[in-house]
Design a protein around this ligand. Structure first.
Ligand code: BG6
Ligand code: MG
Length: 218
């Protein structure tokens, strides 16, 4: 049996921060004079901050100078961080600690593979940082999901071959990135949207220990 490595996305998998990203993007859109809906926000899942602003400006048909673009990226993040500052363990998605605890008890390496540049402070805020043997986030990668870079780097840091890694993801681009990395992809969320995942679960409460044990011994 080869040692397996477990890689978790952050936003939408460990914590429900999509709602805070939404509120911060909405505030910017409103300031620029147009509406930004929750449907629009779906397009932002797993997508880098820079790319999100490009999409947002497309939605509002707003042209920006380089200076304005940079200012708005900073403003959005300052606003987002106001929500993050107030986060605590109550915002961890159901059964995430149970799964992390099970993996830790079985001495399996755990990594974070996220597009966010705010990943580490969020894990600290909610008290989960100590579970992670490696953190790869928006500060360490140059290519966005669906490029496999983030997950390949996480596997390397864990010292586990990509084909022995299991990735938990809530974004289509993230599932594609895991598949592109030749890893086992597990979709967390809507199975119809994440239909390219090898396995699908609505959330972690639907994942039982038998499933994890089978993955570990595969
Ligand atoms: C991803 C989110 O995890 O991180 C995206 O799904 C977000 O919505 C991206 O844009 C970048 O996050 P941040 O915290 O660096 O702005
Ligand atoms: Mg996500």
């Amino acid at each position: 049996m080869n040692t397996k490595g477990f890689i978790f996305d952050l936003d939408g998998v460990i914590v429900d921060t999509a709602k805070y990203h939404y509120l911060a993007w909405k505030k910017l859109a409103n300031h620029l004079g147009f509406e930004f809906t929750e449907t629009h926000n779906e397009l932002f899942k797993g997508v880098s901050r820079k790319r999100c602003l490009e999409i947002l400006l497309d939605i509002g048909s707003v042209n920006a100078t380089k200076e304005q673009f940079d200012t708005w990226m900073v403003e959005k993040n300052i606003d987002y961080l106001k929500y993050i500052e107030k986060m605590d363990a109550s915002e961890i998605l159901p059964d995430v600690p149970k799964i992390l605890e099970f993996l830790k008890k079985n001495k399996l390496p755990i990594a974070l593979g996220s597009a966010s540049k705010n990943a580490q402070p969020i894990l600290e805020k909610v008290g989960l940082l100590h579970y992670f043997d490696a953190i790869v986030d928006g500060n360490n990668v140059t290519k966005a999901k669906p490029d496999p870079e983030v997950f390949l780097l996480a596997a390397k840091q864990l010292g586990v071959k990509p084909e022995n890694c299991i990735v938990f993801e809530d974004a289509v681009a993230g599932i594609e990135a895991a598949n592109n990395a030749n890893m086992t992809s597990v979709g967390i969320g809507d199975a119809q949207i994440l239909n390219e995942a090898k396995f699908n679960f609505k959330n972690f409460t639907k994942i039982d220990i038998n499933f994890l044990t089978r993955l570990i011994h595969a």
